[in-house]
Design a protein around this ligand. Structure first.
Ligand code: GLC
Length: 447
């Protein structure tokens, strides 16, 4: 540790490197802690991993159909039609994408679901499909849901900055059905309620049976995998043998070494104390972590204020996109809004952005290693991880840092793990889940 920590840039940055380090030891500890929390979550004991049963099984690849999809993620809403050809190929046609208005994130449940029903109505109306038109709708709802069947489930709590009243504790499929009915669209049947990770895994494994883990690395982060039903102790009595997808809600994992920046960020969030891993990994928070560090360096005179200081003065003003731009840029300071900085200051900003992002990617790598080794301790088979999300897809160096973490943990056997980008998987896979339908023997309310 450099003695001048707060007084010279080198000292500050050297301390920052320690604070954002995920060492081999840290990663091993994370894997062990993950396994403990998974075991507890599956047994229905208190755990930071909720391990939510989804009532969705493993696709066969032969599912067929044409389904409407409604996909509510963190920042976007997508509506479209998914066509499954029964031979492992799926396509999303005529997609209507819109950015979710910010005020909807804090609006009441009725307003949120009316907004969604309006979008569906608009989509159908635009295609001349009147209210007699009926079709199955697969609803992707990317938040923690305690499901009681494939088509019903209660929101446990909001994540990703949503705060709207009147939804937590409610059956979100029922809220959607009611809103569709208010728009005269009662003939649309909610055929599956699916988390985005579950959709991504279902889409991945529909096309490739070797795919056994679904991961989202976007605004939020989470994962799901196929679990043997006899290991889901909390539903042992009510569920027939086989495999069920378990939504881990890993964003809430909290047995981690956090640093003062993590604590600072967490304190100001609407869900303080929760989603601790998500706040270290996902796109919603990465820019904010970097902004807090840069702001501190400015405050103690280790970075110039620049001519456009306001760009950094607002919480969450520094987005993951701008962080990515800074990592790519020859002028990282300019990319985050500090204009006219000297090259040495630009280099410091670049380093901060890279440190924050590299830690995120290494944590994601360690979490993936934990889930794979839970099912296959000695990595005896190959594994394909279905992944979607802008961090994975677009952030420079992110995938490489994840892979490096897997290599450190598994050595040469890491080569048997493949990452597969599944664009639009959350929607397409929800249609796959809906087409699979409810399995007999997985009764409502049995978990
Ligand atoms: C948040 C949600 C989770 C979702 C993830 C990715 O962590 O709680 O359900 O899968 O974001 O969108």
């Amino acid at each position: 540790m450099n003695g001048c920590a707060d007084h010279c840039p080198e000292g500050f940055l050297s301390r920052l490197r320690d604070e954002f380090l995920v060492s081999w030891d840290d990663a091993r500890t994370i894997v062990g802690n993950f396994h403990e929390e998974m075991r507890r979550g599956l047994a229905g004991q208190p755990s930071s991993l909720r391990m939510l049963p989804t009532f969705a099984g493993r696709p066969r690849g032969t599912e067929q159909g044409r389904l409407l999809i409604l996909d509510l993620g963190g920042t976007n809403v997508r509506i479209g039609e998914a066509v499954l050809d029964g031979k492992g190929r799926a396509e999303l046609t005529s997609v209507d994408r819109s950015v979710l208005p910010r005020e909807i994130m804090s609006a009441s449940g009725t307003e949120l679901f009316d907004f969604l029903a309006d979008r569906v109505d608009h989509f159908l109306g635009g295609r001349g499909l009147d209210d007699r038109w009926c079709r199955d709708l697969a609803f992707t709802f990317s938040f923690p849901v305690e499901q009681s069947s494939l088509v019903s489930g209660r929101l446990v709590n909001w994540t990703k900055g949503f705060t709207g009243p009147g939804v937590a504790g409610e059956d979100v499929a029922a809220l959607l059905r009611a809103a569709l009915a208010r728009r005269g669209r009662e003939r649309i049947r909610v055929a599956a309620l699916v988390n985005d990770t579950v959709g991504t895994l279902a889409a991945g494994s529909y096309a490739d049976p070797a795919c056994d883990l679904g991961v989202i690395l976007g605004t939020g982060t989470n994962a799901c995998y196929f679990e043997r039903t006899d290991r889901i102790e909390k539903c042992r009595d009510g569920v027939a043998a086989g495999e069920m997808i378990v939504n881990m809600e890993w964003g809430n994992f909290n047995r981690l070494r956090t640093n003062p920046w993590d604590e600072l960020l967490d304190r100001t969030t609407s869900n303080a104390g929760r989603q601790r891993l998500e706040k270290m990994i996902s796109g919603m928070y990465l820019g904010e972590l970097a902004r807090l560090v840069i702001g501190k360096m400015m405050a103690v005179g280790l970075l110039p204020q620049g001519t456009n200081h306001a760009a950094l003065a607002t919480p969450y003003a520094l987005t993951a996109e701008r962080l990515a731009a800074a990592v790519r840029s020859t002028d990282p300071a300019g990319a985050v809004g500090i204009e006219g900085a000297a090259p040495v200051d630009g280099a410091a900003v670049g380093q901060i952005c890279r440190l924050v992002a590299a830690r995120a990617a290494r944590l994601a790598g360690a979490a993936i290693a934990a889930v794979i080794s839970w099912r296959d301790e000695d990595l005896e088979t190959g594994h394909v991880v279905a992944i979607d999300g802008s961090l994975f897809e677009k952030f420079p160096g992110f995938q490489e840092n994840m892979r490096e973490m897997l290599r450190e943990l598994f050595g040469p056997r890491a080569a048997g793990i493949q990452f597969q980008l599944i664009p639009d998987g959350s929607g397409i896979g929800a249609a796959v889940v809906a087409a699979m339908g409810a399995r007999t023997g997985w009764g409502a309310g049995s978990c």
